[in-house]
Design a protein around this ligand. Structure first.
Ligand code: CP
Length: 306
């Protein structure tokens, strides 16, 4: 039995212990070392995505298939959700069809906390509103752990639109538990001081934030979640906050550059940095498959234990 894991759902990292986070990372690392056992043979994974996705959806599908599961083709847009059926009824009906795992992306923050306890299937959060994106943060952590070994004493800057970012929140919850310092940096309207109460260090001066950092995680401006102009223009934002080669040089010589994607080149990050020697952006994407294999397999064991 895997140590430190008894859950059927992975909804966020805020409520996980450091040991549970390490368990997922260890499981992902073991899937990376050895050919995948078909531990999900006979299981059916359904994807309920009501927001766009390239990386998360494709890597969850690859993860499920590598572990021997079937993937149920389901499109929220063309389903009876559009006729007013509730999300819970949709999940219960899919469960009756044989679904054992739901991978859900939804625009409403916290939607899964209500739904997951009401179904027997495992539920894995693929991003809910501004709340959490646990597997994104876990793949960030796996990528960093492979380079660093340990998180203790490391400084990671999350640069950009923190206010609207589920990735920033999941990064903060996990990295703080594992002993790293997390600095949130961006314009004042996009980095509210309230995040300090969650354990982040707030710094609006990008040069000061990057000085001596071990890594930076660059976030795009989530214009689709902004109801008002939080920045004067993209050009103004880029002038002050874009991760340029000169700004990247302020970090430690071996510092790493991460980005969860999708990337808006020339806005939050310069192409020379995105494609440069410090960038681990595509390693993050590759590690996403192993982290998602771990999430699906561990939650399956939690589900089987009831
Ligand atoms: N990082 C991330 O969630 O990417 P997608 O929106 O493409 O899934």
């Amino acid at each position: 039995m895997t140590k430190d894991w008894g859950r059927k759902d992975l909804l966020g990292l805020e409520t996980l212990s450091a040991a549970e986070i390490e368990t997922i990372l260890d499981e992902a690392a073991s899937f990376k070392k050895a050919p995948a056992p078909r531990v999900l043979a006979g299981r059916t994974v359904a994807f309920l995505f009501s927001e766009a996705s390239t990386r998360t959806r494709s890597s969850f599908e690859a993860a499920a298939l590598r572990l021997g599961a079937e993937c149920l083709s389901f499109s929220a847009a063309g389903s009876s959700l559009s006729k007013g059926e509730s999300m819970l009824d949709t999940m219960l009906n899919l469960q009756a069809v044989g679904v054992t795992h739901f991978v859900v992306r939804h625009e409403r923050s916290g939607v899964l906390e209500d739904l997951a306890p009401r179904v027997n299937a495992a539920v894995v959060n693929a991003g809910d509103g501004w709340h959490e994106h646990p597997t994104q943060a876990l793949l960030d952590l796996l990528t960093l752990r492979e380079r660093w070994g340990s998180f203790k004493g490391r400084k990671l800057v999350v640069l950009g639109d923190i206010r609207h970012s589920r990735v920033a929140r999941s990064n903060l919850f996990a990295l703080k538990k594992l002993g790293a310092k997390v600095v949130f940096c961006g314009p004042t309207p996009l980095v509210p001081d309230a995040f300090a109460a969650l354990g982040a260090t707030i710094e609006h001066d990008v040069e000061k934030a990057l000085k001596g950092a071990d890594a930076v995680n660059v976030l795009r401006l989530q214009l689709e979640r902004m109801e008002q102009g939080f920045v004067p223009s993209l050009a103004d934002y880029a002038l002050v906050y874009q991760l340029t080669p000169a700004r990247a040089m302020l970090m430690k010589p071996d510092a790493l550059v991460l980005h969860p994607g999708p990337m808006n080149r020339g806005v939050e990050i310069a192409s020379e940095v995105a494609d440069g020697p410090r960038s681990v952006v595509l390693e993050q994407v590759s590690n996403g498959v192993f982290v998602r294999m771990a999430a699906l397999a561990l939650c399956d064991r939690g589900r089987a234990r009831g």
